[in-house]
Design a protein around this ligand. Structure first.
Ligand code: ZN
Length: 415
């Protein structure tokens, strides 16, 4: 089997899976939908052709197992998700499942068995489009679902519990747990291949990169309270315009983030009230999203930005209040697995490159139970969650080469 042929098959399969959509003319594949069922069947067929035994779990994750030699219970996990966002591209999620499968096809072709089993998981829901509950598949697999989610309803009013039954799962068999971490002794680790969804690899001219960490974030809401008044009668010097204060703050955020390496900060939502053409804005509420790979730098930035908001508001006679929304710490990838991926890249003639992930992935959830690693594949213009998402076949071939070498290094490491 030639790598170029295997890579071509991966590209063709991405095209085929992109045809399974709930919407005409664009790709949308939500949890437990009919197209998702067809995709699971197709991926299952390909897994069996690669010598794997398959099963679908109660959350609808499709899992293929390539047995190891002997009676070892140990298993190394691979995978990504098979659901999509609305009007998605062809590669986000799907590519990770198919590249892992390509690596196993190469082993199967050589009749090679490792001293442990390999499992590929096609997660049924990562994007959370249908129930606004992301990472459903990996949370189910790791036993970290919250029980209350069973009664979430979709746009048609169908509860999640029904959707799970309809998809062939038994909701009562799902393991609900908690935030508590549980390590699975049989799991050696988890590796996820994914498109980068950013511009770093393209800028460096590299096909693949090793993820160092999944970046943490802080989200809050800031409410600027001034005084609404007549736009015609109130002189400029006497105004307490909440929007002018908010606008000054938005630019301060941009300026500050530009001075700290690796920091990104975004004001993505802004509500102005009363929001009339002839009224001075009395109240503005805005969202602030701050991310950095180092939690301490992120927290410091978040704090500094709030202090800046207070200064701006004091000067302008405006009140400002802060409401916490979310804080997620950075999830570091596991050093020994990162090293194996870097060695694998080096041994297939590539240049190892380390980069953080700004987006969330199933690997984040898997990290609660096992060691994790991620391999990013360059994507055109860093575009994702869009039909223009694009990867090139040579990069996919390189990712498959790295995967194949990674299996070999893993074997040496485990022995
Ligand atoms: Zn994804």
């Amino acid at each position: 089997m030639e790598i170029a042929d295997v890579a071509r098959t991966v590209m063709e399969r991405c095209d085929v899976l992109a045809g399974y959509s709930e919407e005409h003319g664009r790709l949308t594949r939500r949890f437990a939908s009919h197209p998702m069922k067809e995709v699971n069947r197709l991926v299952e067929t390909w897994m069996r052709q690669a010598g794997m035994a398959t099963r679908q779990d109660h959350a609808g994750n499709i899992i293929g197992r390539y047995e190891g030699q002997g009676s070892s219970e140990k298993v190394f996990l691979l995978g990504s998700h098979l659901d999509t966002v609305r009007d998605a591209g062809k590669y986000d999620g799907v590519l990770g499942v198919l590249v892992a499968l390509a690596g196993i096809e190469l082993l199967h072709d050589r009749r090679e068995r490792l001293p442990f089993a390999l499992e590929i998981i096609g997660f049924a829901d990562e994007e959370g489009l249908r129930y606004h509950y992301p990472f459903l598949g990996s949370k189910a697999l790791t036993g970290s679902l919250e029980k209350s989610i069973l009664y979430l309803t979709d746009e048609q009013g169908i509860p999640l519990i029904e959707a799970i039954r309809h998809f062939g799962g038994k909701p009562e068999a799902l393991i609900f747990h908690c935030s508590e971490q549980k390590r699975y002794d049989d799991w050696l680790g988890y590796c996820e291949v994914h498109i980068e969804q950013g511009p770093v690899l393209e800028a460096k001219g590299l096909p693949v990169g090793v993820v160092t960490a999944i970046t943490g974030l802080s989200r809050c809401k800031l409410v600027f309270e001034g005084e609404a008044n007549h736009a015609g009668t109130q002189p400029m010097a006497l105004r307490r315009d909440a929007l002018c204060a908010a606008a000054e703050f938005v630019l301060a955020v941009e300026r500050y983030a530009g001075t700290v390496e690796g920091l990104v900060a975004t004001v993505g939502q802004l509500q102005v009230s009363p929001g009339a053409i002839n009224v001075i804005p009395g109240r503005v509420s805005l969202s602030l999203d701050v991310r950095h790979q180092v939690d301490a730098i992120r927290r410091e930035a978040d704090q500094k930005l709030f202090e800046e908001a207070i200064q701006i508001c004091t000067r302008r006679g405006i009140q400002v209040a802060r409401e916490e929304m979310q804080e997620t710490p950075t999830i570091p990838c596991t050093p020994w697995l990162m090293q194996l991926l870097e060695q694998a890249i080096d041994q297939v003639g590539g240049m190892p490159c380390a980069l953080p992930s700004g987006a969330g992935h199933d690997a984040m959830i898997m990290s609660r139970c096992t060691d994790i690693a991620m391999l990013f594949v360059r994507c055109l213009g860093g575009i994702s969650h869009h039909p223009a998402e694009s990867v090139c076949i040579e990069d996919v071939a390189q990712a498959i080469r790295v995967m194949e070498r990674f299996f070999l290094l893993l074997k040496q490491h485990v022995l």
